[in-house]
Design a protein around this ligand. Structure first.
Ligand SMILES: [Zn+2]
Ligand SMILES: [Zn+2]
Length: 133
């Protein structure tokens, strides 16, 4: 019975995460799950997300030194991050990342395996808030 319950809980957490579209932290996912399914514990939600990220079924993002955020879009893509409120959105731009990597290769005799590019700034909501101060 426990295995079955785990499967159902996993499905619920995935469904909630998929609907969120805002690259939520584990805490944000827990709050959304808790609103509908108060019997699923915080620890369970955190564990399900961590396991799914380890298995590569979702992405764990380490952005702008904030807490880990989760993303159901698992292919390689980039993000804009608001340094005020932590809002995260996907960036859809085309550039030759391979070329960038090639140029980094050879520096300090490093074998470069991957890169991490993120765009940090202030979102429109926060800009408006600042303007209205
Ligand atoms: Zn913001
Ligand atoms: Zn994303």
């Amino acid at each position: 019975m426990i295995a079955k319950r785990n499967t159902i809980q996993k499905q619920i957490v995935f469904d909630v995460l998929t609907k969120m579209h805002n690259h939520p932290s584990a805490g944000m996912v827990y709050e959304a799950v808790n609103a509908e399914y108060p019997n699923i514990s915080r620890a369970t939600v955190f564990r399900i997300l961590a396991e799914a990220a380890d298995e590569g079924r979702i992405l764990r993002l380490k952005l702008n030194d904030s807490t880990d955020r989760y993303d159901t879009t698992t292919f390689h893509h980039h993000h804009v991050v608001c340094r005020e409120c932590g809002h995260v959105a996907d960036v859809d731009i085309d550039f030759d990342e391979k070329k960038l990597l090639d140029r980094a290769v050879g520096h300090e005799d490093f074998c470069v395996e991957k890169s991490h590019i993120e765009f940090v700034g202030i979102c429109s909501k926060c800009r408006n808030k600042i303007k209205n101060l």
